[in-house]
Each structure stands twice: as C-alpha cells, then as structure tokens.
Design a protein. Structure first.
Length: 477
C-alpha cells in the first residue's frame, strides 16, 4: 500500500473525524462519473475532517498533488484495505468488500453507503448484465446485486442518495431488507436515515485553456455545436438526436452533433455496443464524420471544460423505462457548470427540474421532430438562448460540490455522535435466506457485485479464468 500525503491521524491528538472514501472506479487523469464523484467529495470534505481516498481499481493513476488537501492510498490487497479501515472513524463507499465491512462493523466503524443511483432499477432493464444476455443468467446476476445491497442496508449506519424520488425508493428497499427495525429506528426521520448528496459541479469557474472542439475534428468556429457530454449506455437514446441532426442538414449544414467520451477509461468496458450502434446509424444516414462526430478518446476530467465551453447547447436523451423515473443524469451538472442550455427528454428528475426552471427545452421521448425543432430554435434564436443562459446562472451556485455535500459534511461533524452503528449478526450472509456463506466471499462473488452494471459485463465473461486463479490463491491464504 502506498499513501500519498500525511500518515493517518491519531484520534487522541487529532480529534477531527477520520473519513475513508473507497473509490468504486478508476481515479486519476481519465475518470468517469464514479471516480470523479469520489475525488470531488474528498476535496469538499477535506477542509472539515481528515480524509483519505482509497484507490484499488486497476487503471487508477496518481492525482495532482498541487492544492490537494486529502491523502490518497493505493492498495492492491484486502489486508491493506483492512489496515486503512482500522485507522478511520467512518467509511464512505458504494461497492465495498463485505468481509471488510463486517470487520468495520465489529470495530465500531460507521459505514456510509453512497446510493447516488438506484442501481437495482438501472440494472433490471439492461440488455446485458455481467456479460449475460439470457434470462436465466440475467436473473441470477441481478439477484446477486440485490443481495449485496440488502447486506448494505443492514450494515450501513447512514446512506446518501441523489434526490427525493431515489430516497423514497431506497428507504423502501432498506426497510424491506430489515435495515431499519423497531429497535433501531430511535425516532429517526427519513432524512436522518438517508441524506441527499447529488452529483455536483466544480466550485470554480470553467476556463478554456485550449479549444477542445472548434478548429479540430473538422469543426469550424462558425458551427453550431450540440454536445452529448458523456457515455452512451443502454438506457440512453442516441438515435433520436442523430436522426434530428440528419433532418436539419439540408437547411443548416453548420449544425453539428458531437459525442465525447464514447470509450470508457476502464479498459474492461471499452467501447459499448450502444456506441457502435450509434455510429452505424449515423453512417447509414450519411452524417457520420460530417455532422455527427464521435470523439472516441475519454476526455480527461481536468480538460473537459475546454470541450464544454466550445459547445453552444448540450443534449441528453433517454428511453422511456423504469430506470428513467429514478435516474439522476449526472452529466446535466456539466451543462449547468458551462452555462449550456439543455435539450432533454421527458421522464426523469432533471427533465422536470429543467422544465420548471426554464433551463432548456424538454421533449417527449424519441420525438425526432421535437428534438430537431429544439435544436433549430436555439441555433436561430440568440435572444432565447441568452435568456436560458441567464436562468442557468441563477441556479449554478446551488449545484456546486460545496453545496451538494453540505448534508454529509454536517452529519460527519456536528451530527457525528448521533450516527448509529448497527450490529450485524455473526452469521450474517449477503442474503439471510441462504445457507451461511464462507466468512470471506470469493473474488468471483465480489467481481460480480462490482461489475453487475451492464457496461462492466465483459470483465466477468472474458476474465473468468483469471478470477478463478485469484480465488484459488485467496483460499490458500
């Protein structure tokens, strides 16, 4: 294990709460949403408590030390993670080794689970779950995910999620999983069990150091650029904006749609099938490379503002599904940060917020003419675009990381003594109705839990032999 920064503080000489954030994904120069979230939360909490960010996902790289006020610990073994847990008061995590969680529970260390997206809802409708496309395989892998979160419901001292819709869903899940009992409620209200910690935007102003789009990739300074600022996953609808752009080419060939970040920084995910399907559609419509462009390289988190500030508006469209109702589209925060009017499809929480606040144009799902009309309106009506930007300006401060982390920050400082420490049954397994599991779950089980989201599926299928070898080594320890 290698720790960048100061050694963990001793509780007697440093009374500030010690918090260990366990990153669920790659951290470093090329981060996706989960990694960026944990780095940003670490940065927001650090002025108020002692923070260590633990990075154990392959592909993680060093974070810039300049101005960093928290420690970073890189670990490769479970024993190293156990050592980090032994030196902390609170663990903040999303996916976390259940064996280590039991050790933390026995030591009285509080665990705060980050439930910022409703993963069971997101996963149930995926085309592929952990690499499986058949119904039996998908049902099995989905069940593993639900078992994992049922364990979290009983092991967690406190939880955070993104919005009220999600809080209601997760509270029902936690209660159904016996995470709250009459003997453990202690008069707590909903927000004392699950706080809100939505994704945030940078506290600083975005600044363009170079042009990420204009003057590159065949884009001209006079083009009207519509930016899709993130990946294309199963629940998104890239086809509608592609068709909308194709319908506008004849009347305005300077309207361009750009997808950035289509190849995930985690090599196990790479380029999803949904990206290949979008490219095929654009090619079939004759707009690939001319009016619809795909930037395959993942944009480094620290450089994304150079791309955002080159755009005129941003777009995010999705399918009509169960996932949509509970979704929280984190990319929308980048729209706000860069003051980009949004064109979004109806159905999720942010669509309602954007509509209510006048931050963009909301269309029906898969409505190609409506999306084309929204793009055309912003391309031709500069006064309307300017008015939308003015309204975005009025809400931006509410969405900075310093604001979105406020509830957690207060809970871990002012309200730290009130956080409950549940006691797990010594025989607690990931699912109480199954026969007792081994004390140390296999790496195969852990990988399944970590990779159940459809983009991670290829790891399980193609790396099965490697996982078996690692499991064998663990059993021999």
């Amino acid at each position: 294990m290698f720790i960048m920064g100061q050694p963990p503080h001793d509780r007697e000489t440093h009374p500030r709460t010690r918090v260990l954030l366990v990153a669920p994904d790659v951290i470093g120069e090329r981060m996706a949403g989960p990694g960026l979230r944990f780095v940003s939360i670490a940065r927001a909490l650090a002025p108020h408590m002692h923070v260590t960010l633990a990075a154990g996902v392959d592909g993680s790289t060093a974070l810039d030390e300049e101005g960093r006020s928290f420690d970073v610990a890189y670990y490769t073994e479970r024993s190293e993670l156990e050592d980090l847990v032994a030196a902390t008061d609170v663990i903040f995590c999303q996916f976390f080794d259940t064996h280590v969680a039991r050790l933390a529970n026995e030591a009285g260390v509080a665990i705060v689970y980050d439930l910022y997206n409703a993963l069971p809802v997101e996963t149930i409708g995926s085309n592929r779950i952990s690499g499986f496309t058949d119904e039996e395989g998908k049902d099995r892998e989905y069940s593993e995910l639900v078992k994992y979160f049922a364990f979290c419901a009983r092991a967690g001292s406190y939880f955070v999620t993104s919005n009220e819709r999600q809080r209601d869903w997760w509270l029902g899940f936690i209660m159904a999983s016996l995470g709250v009992l009459p003997s453990t409620l202690h008069g707590r209200k909903a927000d004392e069990i699950i706080g809100l910690l939505p994704f945030g935007s940078e506290d600083r102003e975005p600044e363009s150091v170079f042009h990420g789009l204009r003057g590159r990739h065949g884009l001209e300074s006079s083009d009207f650029i519509v930016l899709w600022a993130g990946g294309i996953w199963d629940w998104f609808d890239a086809a509608t904006p592609i068709r909308a752009i194709a319908s506008l080419v004849d009347e305005n060939p300077h309207i361009k749609l750009v997808f950035y970040g289509t190849t995930h920084p985690n090599a196990s995910i790479g380029e999803p099938a949904t990206v290949r399907a979008a490219k095929t559609l654009a090619d079939d419509l004759g707009v690939l490379g001319s009016n619809v462009l795909f930037l395959d390289d993942w944009v480094p988190a620290a450089e994304r503002e150079n791309y955002l500030l080159d755009a005129d508006i941003a777009i995010s469209t999705h399918q009509d599904s169960l996932e949509t109702h509970y979704a929280f589209r984190t990319r929308i925060l980048d729209h706000f940060w860069a003051r980009l009017p949004s064109v979004v499809s109806r159905g999720d929480w942010f669509a309602q917020y954007i509509d209510d606040q006048g931050l963009g144009i909301v269309t029906d799902v898969a409505d190609v003419p409506a999306v084309a009309a929204a793009i055309r309106t912003y391309a031709l009506d500069e006064a309307m675009r300017a008015a939308t930007i003015e309204r975005i300006e009025s809400i931006r401060a509410h969405w900075t990381w310093s604001e979105t982390t406020r509830e957690l920050r207060e809970r871990l400082t002012i309200g730290f003594s009130s956080i409950k420490r549940p006691r797990l049954d010594p025989e607690e397994t990931i699912h109480p109705t199954e026969a007792p599991a081994p004390a140390v779950p296999s790496t195969r089980q852990l990988v399944r839990m970590l990779l159940v989201r459809s983009p991670f599926g290829p790891v399980l299928r193609h790396g099965r032999a490697v996982v078996r070898q690692v499991s064998s080594r663990q059993r021999r320890k």
